[in-house]
Ligand binder design. Structure first.
Ligand code: HEM
Length: 206
């Protein structure tokens, strides 16, 4: 049966996604620059990188609130519900499709519909990134903006050091997510199909 054109990405979600995508890209670039800068060398001017990282950190945090509240009060929340039964089997089935079936031209095991916007692997990765990685990165980032709030030491290790390590490690995980996310997004019926959807709101059939 032919797929129908589906309106899956409402305006608020597309605005959030655009702001978040640009913001996170700036945070990753400036974050890498800060991580690898020293007194003799910096990829981006150190002061500029700090200022951009702080400003875009605040922008991404505010846009996260839009996502969080939007996903509480609109029907979009239904796509993030984790069901209890047979989840592992569903994840494996999708993984096998990505690793093998897809290259043999098989149909996806969990095609997009009004009821199911994400396949199981997408759903779990979005839940982990949006409800674990991003909030912890935001909280540790705010703590690093106000270091006087951070516990001085934890088992005699500096609290600021631990917060910075957690912040950088999760920033790294989000960067890895982003690479996979863009690759997976390009796996529609044609490579631009999903990118068009997140801009115009419609999932196009075919
Ligand atoms: C250049 C950067 C990015 C591009 C090109 C991009 C692309 C896309 C595309 C094409 C979709 C729709 C298809 C799908 O659901 O997979 C999407 C959805 C999504 N993206 Fe991204 N993305 C980017 C950055 C990000 C970042 C940084 C995050 C989070 C840290 C993110 C989180 C999400 C989420 C949660 C959805 C599903 C939203 C919903 O429908 O509820 N994206 N993205």
């Amino acid at each position: 049966m032919a797929e129908e054109k589906l309106y899956l990405y409402p305006v608020w979600l597309r605005i959030w996604h655009g702001v978040n995508a640009i913001g996170i890209l700036v945070l990753i670039i400036t974050g890498i620059s800060l991580q690898f800068s020293n007194t003799e060398f910096s990829l981006i001017n150190f002061e500029l990188a700090i200022n951009l990282h702080n400003i875009f950190g605040v922008i991404v945090s505010i846009s996260y609130l839009v996502f969080f509240v939007g996903n509480l009060v609109t029907p979009n929340k239904k796509y993030y519900h984790i069901k209890r039964k047979k989840q592992f089997r569903r994840l494996v089935k999708q993984g096998v499709f990505y690793m093998s079936g897809m290259f043999k031209g098989e149909d996806p095991p969990y095609p997009i519909s009004e009821k199911r916007k994400f396949n199981p692997l997408q759903k779990y990765s979005y839940v982990v990134v949006m409800y674990l990685f991003l909030p912890i990165t935001i909280i540790t980032g705010i703590a690093l903006l106000f270091p006087e709030l951070i516990i001085e030491d934890v088992y005699s290790i500096s609290g600021i050091f631990l917060t910075a390590v957690l912040h950088a490690a999760l920033g790294f995980m989000i960067s890895i997510f982003l690479i996979i996310h863009i690759y997976v997004a390009a796996l529609g019926r044609n490579p631009l199909q999903n990118f068009k959807s997140i801009i115009n709101g419609y999932h196009e059939p075919g």
